[in-house]
Ligand binder design. Structure first.
Ligand code: MG
Length: 379
């Protein structure tokens, strides 16, 4: 069996209303999707996380090295792509291109073998996963965010979400007020995480962490620039809130640095950026060596969400115990027409938990009409 074609697409959806976080404003969603077809006629879908045009260029660069390969040999193909990028881009966007291809190959392998990807990863270790709602970005249409954020939080709570994540990074005083309002809106029983997208220096991050400790924060994500490993470690020693990070790390080698520096309590590899499912599984092994939890970062279409679901479904339970710990998946709820129309899934959310589909591959039906609707015209 051989890989017959690799096609990549840039798809764009203009948002009805822009939103922003601590770094920049979003006015559209733009994603690079890859379709891989085998000579048996099976199709697998992947996506890369990051600037879509650059990822597409990376996929075009990698394509000739893997066309004609056996699509079942995901590790062999991974190795070929890695060796072709290592000398030029040990981290970053070429790894995202590699990731998009790798995810598509796992989907394709599952379709060919008529098995769900979690089975091919080694098996299902849990039947349900808790989706945490990612939202509560900042609105461009108001100055005071707190009331809008707390209203949105209440909507997630009313929908049955057991956990949710809000943005911080506007300034400590405003962040604390917003966190307080959100906690008051959702009550004490829902897990609440905060994400600064590395808006703060160490001094500020310590101040914010101490100020929001009374609001029962489940984790503080990317408080500081991902470059400052030792500052993460120092922050950890100064707060009772668990520290999370890793969405800007690539490959097991990046995570080795993060883990060895004792920077985080929770690592957050993005499967569509950090090396695909092949590498994410290695990162999970590495995290288990350090006794650190894994909750993947996920931002994109149903392809990325499904890849994360199958990955989390297969994660080892560390530590093992009779009353099993909860496993989470990031579930972006911000406006994204691409996410909502590109894939349909058997995935069922019931009582705030996702039941995993046992359909082959990544478990979704892909809507190619939607793909062409959102694909940019070729100029
Ligand atoms: Mg984040």
């Amino acid at each position: 069996m051989k890989i017959k074609s690799i096609e990549s697409f840039i798809i764009t959806d203009k948002l009805k209303e822009s939103f922003y976080f601590s770094q920049w404003e979003y006015s559209e969603r733009r994603i690079c999707i890859v379709k891989i077809t085998s000579d048996s006629g099976h199709v697998g879908w992947g996506e890369g996380y990051g600037p879509a045009e650059v990822i597409k260029a990376g996929i075009d660069y990698l394509k000739p090295f893997i066309l004609g390969s056996n699509p079942l040999e995901t590790e062999t193909i991974w190795e070929t792509m890695y060796r072709r990028t290592l000398d030029f881009a040990r981290r970053g966007i070429l790894v995202s291109a590699l990731s998009a291809i790798d995810v598509a190959l796992w989907d394709l392998k599952g379709k060919i073998l008529e098995q769900p990807v979690y089975q091919l990863l080694g098996g299902k270790k849990r039947d349900t996963i808790i989706p945490y709602a990612t939202g509560m970005y900042f609105s461009t249409s108001v100055n005071s965010q707190g009331e809008i954020l707390s209203r949105e939080a209440k909507e997630y709570a009313d929908l049955g979400y057991k956990a949710m994540k809000m943005k911080v990074g506007l300034g400590i005083e405003e962040d604390v007020r917003n966190v307080r309002l959100v906690r008051e809106a959702i009550g004490p029983d829902i897990k609440l995480m905060i994400d600064a997208n590395h808006a703060y220096n160490l001094r500020e991050a310590i101040l914010l962490a101490k100020a929001v400790e009374p609001y029962d924060i489940y984790w503080f994500e990317e408080p500081i620039s991902p470059e400052y490993y030792s500052q993460y470690a120092e922050l950890r020693s100064k707060t009772t809130i668990p520290i999370a990070g890793g969405e800007c790390e690539y490959l097991r080698f990046g995570f080795q640095t993060l883990l060895q520096s004792k920077s985080v309590d929770i690592v957050q590899p993005d499967i569509c950026a950090t090396g695909g499912l092949t590498e994410a599984k290695r990162i999970a092994v590495l995290a288990s060596v350090h006794g650190v939890e894994v909750v993947p970062h996920t931002w994109g279409t149903g392809i990325a969400i499904s890849a994360a679901l199958h990955f989390v479904c297969n994660l080892d339970t560390v530590p093992g115990r009779l009353k099993t710990p909860q496993f989470f998946i990031e579930y972006d709820r911000t406006e994204n027409g691409l996410r909502d129309s590109l894939t349909t899934s058997e995935m069922v959310i019931d009582n705030g938990e996702i039941q995993i589909s046992d359909c082959p591959g990544l478990g979704f039906e892909f809507n190619e009409d939607a793909l062409y609707k959102y694909a940019q015209p070729v100029l």
